[in-house]
Design a binder for this molecule. Structure first.
Ligand code: HAM
Length: 447
């Protein structure tokens, strides 16, 4: 019986894994350049964590199960509740601001489609412990920095930004009160997915008496930040605070140099229940893909977990939509595993020496390999090229005659003699390739 991988799940063959690692390296390097530290959490949590924190939308998409004791768990569909739980547990001990990032693997029982899968990786970058609009601006800047470093131009993507209170004011002004606003936000969040007609049908079913779908669309299409802020300011205290927060955010985005990649968009409300302030989503300006990233401010999440109140803001970005966007633009990097050196024996009798020399190279941190078949130099060179080796180290009779080996640059074809003693004492200096010695990650050995 042939069994395939389940729908919406992926196998990563080595070439695809190289692309994944390229993306993860970029996510890590952008996070670190903005001063974020990496954390991780468990792959599943108590289902209640999501029931309490994420809201209906996400709970309907979790893969849930019971253990033998009848306890209910869910594979994580998002990271923010775990982050809030971890921060709440140590809230008083953690220095502020808490700037953390993570690249968790997660699952959602969604209908698989382009850029949306059932299992995916999601980069999360969050700042907790600050209510300053600087934190909101900084997480947006982190997302923009990623897109720019991935090779996208500001004209190709956009971070659409709004404030939940601004949208709440629009709804409240038309009689949609606080109790009904969460349902309204969830529906507005799904508008693109539903399509114009279906959205109008569902909206009008619940809200037509207060605000018909057509009028709502017209209101949310207003992209004039100043006009919307002025409206909100007149509406009351919450509206005035939102307008002020948004203006401050806009200034910070300007100062951080990311303002050209951002746009005010009153229709961005986000579906998750916990957002309290700024909300934003990154989209391709063209291409019909769903959001590449989404996030916002959540100031009450740790408090809901019986911890002290720690305000937070951050975003999640999926690997699948980002790679799909790069693929559509033809900008997916051509990544594949490479060797530094391929060791070749000119004669099968020399193979044991080739093994010893290869071990020297490996111990020095170089990626080195050899053929499993004893074949002519020509065939071994072909194999070296197929393995994308940078150099071939050829062991021939000169080894016994003069203590020398041949080092062939497989990019230029140039070959030179190198001494065995220098190759074994400091191969990285002689060969001149290889990244930093693995294991050198800033972790000091324990005495
Ligand atoms: P979200 O909007 O549910 O927010 O997801 C954020 C991003 O994760 C999406 O924009 C998309 O890039 C990616 N994503 C979501 N679902 C899928 C899927 N099925 N397949 C592939 N990618 C997907 C959250 O998850 C919030 N917890 C983000 C956050 C962090 N807010 C504050 N901090």
């Amino acid at each position: 019986m042939k069994i395939q991988s389940p729908p919406g799940m992926r196998d990563f063959y080595p070439d695809q894994m190289c692309v994944q690692n390229w993306l993860f390296d970029l996510w890590r390097s952008v996070s670190r350049s903005y001063g974020f530290q990496e954390y991780e959490g468990p792959i599943f949590e108590y289902l209640d964590l999501y029931r309490l924190k994420s809201g209906e939308g996400i709970v309907s998409e979790v893969f849930a199960f019971q253990d033998r004791g009848g306890r209910e768990f869910a594979i994580r569909p998002e990271m923010t509740p775990t982050l809030a739980r971890m921060v709440a547990a140590r809230a008083n001990a953690l220095p502020r601001p808490i700037k953390w990032f993570s690249i968790p693997r997660m699952c959602r029982a969604e209908k698989p489609q382009r850029g949306r899968l059932r299992e995916f990786f999601q980069w999360n970058a969050d700042v907790l412990g600050s209510e300053d609009a600087l934190a909101d601006a900084e997480v947006i800047a982190v997302a923009v920095e990623f897109f720019r470093r991935a090779g996208l131009r500001d004209e190709e993507f956009v971070v659409r930004v709004n404030h939940r209170e601004l949208a709440a004011e629009v709804l409240a002004a038309h009689g949609i009160d606080t109790e009904r606003q969460q349902a309204a936000f969830q529906l507005i969040d799904r508008a693109d997915r539903l399509g114009e007609l279906e959205f109008a049908r569902q909206w009008n079913e619940s809200f037509a008496a207060s605000l018909p779908a057509d009028s709502l669309r017209a209101l949310l299409a207003d992209d004039d930040l100043e006009r919307c802020c002025a409206h909100a300011q007149r509406a009351g205290q919450a509206g005035a605070a939102a307008a002020q927060a948004l203006r401050q955010l806009w200034e910070r985005l300007e100062q951080l140099g990311v303002r050209p990649a951002c746009a005010f968009d009153l229709s961005i409300v986000r579906g998750l229940a916990y957002y309290t302030g700024t909300v934003f989503e990154a989209h391709m300006r063209q291409g019909g893909l769903r959001a590449l990233a989404g996030g916002g401010r959540y100031d009450n999440l740790t408090g809901l977990l019986d911890g002290p109140r720690v305000p937070g803001v951050g975003f999640g970005m999926g690997d699948a939509p980002v790679l799909e966007a790069l693929r559509q633009l033809g900008r997916l990097p051509q990544a594949s595993e490479q060797l530094d050196v391929f060791v070749i024996d000119a004669d099968a009798n020399l193979f044991p020496r080739a093994l010893t020399i290869t071990q020297h190279l490996r111990r020095a941190g170089l990626a080195a390999d050899y053929s499993y078949r004893r074949a002519t130099i020509g065939k071994q060179l072909k194999e070296a090229a197929g393995r994308r080796a940078r150099f071939a180290l050829i062991i021939g009779e000169e080894l016994d005659q003069r203590g020398e080996l041949g080092l062939k640059d497989l990019e230029t074809g140039a070959q030179r003699a190198v001494r065995l003693d220098t190759i074994t004492s400091d191969p990285r200096a002689v060969i001149g390739v290889g990244g930093p010695m693995p294991g050198n990650t800033g972790v000091s050995p324990v005495a």
